[in-house]
Design a protein around this ligand. Structure first.
Ligand code: AMP
Length: 179
């Protein structure tokens, strides 16, 4: 499978997240999966890409031309695809991928996560989306989603689009089981 990972372009300050990012790269490679991501060499993005490459997996990065220097495009991956803009980046990543995982990250990560949820919601795609909840990072986001269900803005059937994993193994199980 090609697994798309959305994650921070910076490191944050919780070492556990970086350790698990590295382990995830190894584990997904051991389970025969390839990585699709945003093509940066920085932050959690760079750590996962390096780990997949180090463990003999394939990595495809998709980066907009104007971010090439700002996000320091990763030139040591299997294939780096340059696209015109952010919208092309996201649609290209979605086309290439069979499943989506959100590791901890900032606005960029959350924007990508919510877009892929909504693409599933309106039926543009039908591919599993899993939030990797390291150290409770996504607890409050999940609470917000459940609150929106309670207030009637998200249908329970659409709530089910967002899966939550508490371990790396569970995360990969959820990606694989929904194929
Ligand atoms: P962040 O989580 O903010 O560190 O960003 C993670 C990644 O998301 C970075 O590669 C950003 O360039 C990317 N990103 C931010 N906004 C968007 C967007 N609107 N569309 C696609 N990627 C984005």
């Amino acid at each position: 499978m090609n697994i798309c990972v959305y994650c921070g372009s910076s490191n944050g300050n919780n070492k556990k997240i970086l350790d698990l990012a590295q382990k995830f790269g190894r584990l997904m490679t051991e389970r025969g999966h390839n990585l699709v991501y945003g093509g940066s060499s920085l932050g959690v993005m760079g750590i996962i890409a390096d780990s997949v490459m180090l463990n003999g997996g394939e990595v495809v990065g998709v980066i907009p031309e104007n971010l090439f220097s700002k996000e320091v495009a990763h030139t040591g991956i299997t294939r780096l695809i340059t696209v015109k803009d952010m919208h092309q980046r996201k649609s290209h990543m979605a086309e290439l991928s069979d499943a989506f995982v959100a590791f901890p990250g900032g606005f960029g990560t959350m924007e990508e996560l919510f877009e892929i949820i909504t693409w599933n919601q309106i039926g543009l795609i039908n591919k599993p989306v899993t939030v990797m909840n390291i150290d409770g990072f996504y607890d409050s986001l999940i609470r917000m989603i459940d609150h929106a269900v309670g207030v009637g803005f998200i249908k329970p059937k659409n709530r089910a689009i967002v899966q939550t994993a508490e371990s790396l193994e569970e995360c990969l199980d959820l990606c694989e089981n929904n194929q």
